[in-house]
Design a protein around this ligand. Structure first.
Ligand SMILES: *Cc1c(COP(=O)(O)O)cnc(C)c1O
Length: 352
């Protein structure tokens, strides 16, 4: 608490990102980063950026990247918005579409940044409880007063809602924006992008951080009806017109031009996820069926926080959430085969 803080600043509970430790080398399975490097074409594109041109502002309209995304998803350029990571886009979307006098809905167990943005913009929230198996009761999102946010696949549960089931939520909220956060959609789910032409209230948000191995470059994008994209641009241009720098623009375009690499690395992550899931079940863990690049696991007779510590002690970092309902779970990102073998080996030593 400081006397210099505004009332708003004093009221915030900021998001806590997963640790990026510097004390020793860990097998890092705690922040859902991709274990593979970005496409070699991204590396080439970054080298190709003129250093001299860094004195110039980047293109505020991000035209090259927006066109590459439009081509990739068969949309018009005015149906695309890009931002400095999808977190920034989500923040802009809360400001653009949600209001302080109308409650929005999201799940009780979901990406914790939604609550942070709601607090920042003073938007009231009705949290919808997931069922015992962490399935989403979609009817409870019908007729929201202020809007809806759903992560699909959900984080940290890894559970996926078949995209056609989301239609009902869109149909029952004709006057509210429904944000579908698809940070993990490329690991086996089907995107809601195909519904954009039918539902003007749908905003699909994706990121290059996970499936395109570009967490360090900070590129997110949103796809939806022109009015929604214009709303996001109004907020962006009231905040910071240059959200993506020259490197990010070049790297993002190059990533979209190498779909073969994207498909190969994603297939590898999925294969490793399935192997890891089978191994964990053999060790007695309950593992949610995952369509993400992480698994959400619990063990009937091992305490999750103790497991977390024991793994850390063996140089394996996973994510533990000290939160109601999920404090006996661990979220484990999918690394390389070698990393996951080491993770399983460490668990064998711990759980015997
Ligand atoms: C990782 C993640 C994001 C944010 O990704 P950026 O790196 O900011 O693009 C958004 N939503 C969910 C559910 C995530 O897990």
């Amino acid at each position: 608490m400081s006397k210099f803080w505004s009332e708003l600043t004093a009221s915030l509970t900021p998001y806590v990102p997963g640790e990026q430790p510097k004390d020793q080398k860990y097998i890092k399975l705690n922040t859902n980063e991709n274990p593979y490097p970005p496409s070699p074409s991204v590396v080439e594109a970054l080298k190709g950026v003129s250093h001299a041109d860094l004195r110039l502002y980047p293109d505020p309209t991000c035209e090259s990247l927006i066109h590459a995304i439009a081509d990739r998803y068969d949309l018009q350029a005015d149906q695309i918005f890009v931002g400095n990571g999808s977190d920034e886009i989500l923040a802009f979307a809360f400001a653009a579409f949600f209001s302080p006098n109308r409650a929005i809905r999201f799940a009780d167990i979901t990406y914790s940044f939604y609550q942070v943005y709601a607090q920042l913009y003073q938007v009231p929230v009705e949290r919808v409880p997931l069922d015992e198996a962490f399935n989403t009761p979609l009817e409870r999102f019908y007729y929201s007063e202020g809007g809806v946010v759903i992560a699909n696949p959900n984080a940290p549960t890894s559970k996926y809602i078949p995209v056609d089931e989301l239609r009902a939520v869109l149909e029952h909220n004709p006057d509210q924006v429904v944000i579908i956060d698809e940070a993990y959609i490329d690991f086996g789910g089907e995107s809601a992008v195909k519904l954009i032409s039918s539902y003007p209230n749908l905003l699909v948000v994706q990121t290059m951080s996970k499936s395109r191995s570009l967490a360090g470059l900070r590129i997110g994008y949103a796809m939806g009806n022109q009015e929604l994209i214009e709303g996001l641009n109004r907020i962006k241009n009231s905040f910071n017109s240059y959200t993506l720098d020259r490197l990010a623009l070049a790297g993002g375009v190059a990533s979209l031009q190498d779909e073969a690499y994207f498909e190969t690395t994603n297939a590898r992550v999925i294969q490793t996820r399935e192997w890891t899931t089978a191994q964990l079940r053999t060790l007695g863990f309950d593992v949610m069926d995952s369509k993400a690049n992480f698994v959400f696991i619990t063990h009937p007779n091992q305490d999750a926080s103790q497991l977390f510590q024991a793994l850390r002690h063996r140089g394996v970092l996973v994510r533990f959430f000290n939160q109601p309902r999920i404090d006996q779970f661990l979220r484990v990102s999918i690394g390389t085969d070698e990393e996951m073998q080491a993770f399983i080996q460490a668990l064998k030593e711990i759980v015997g």
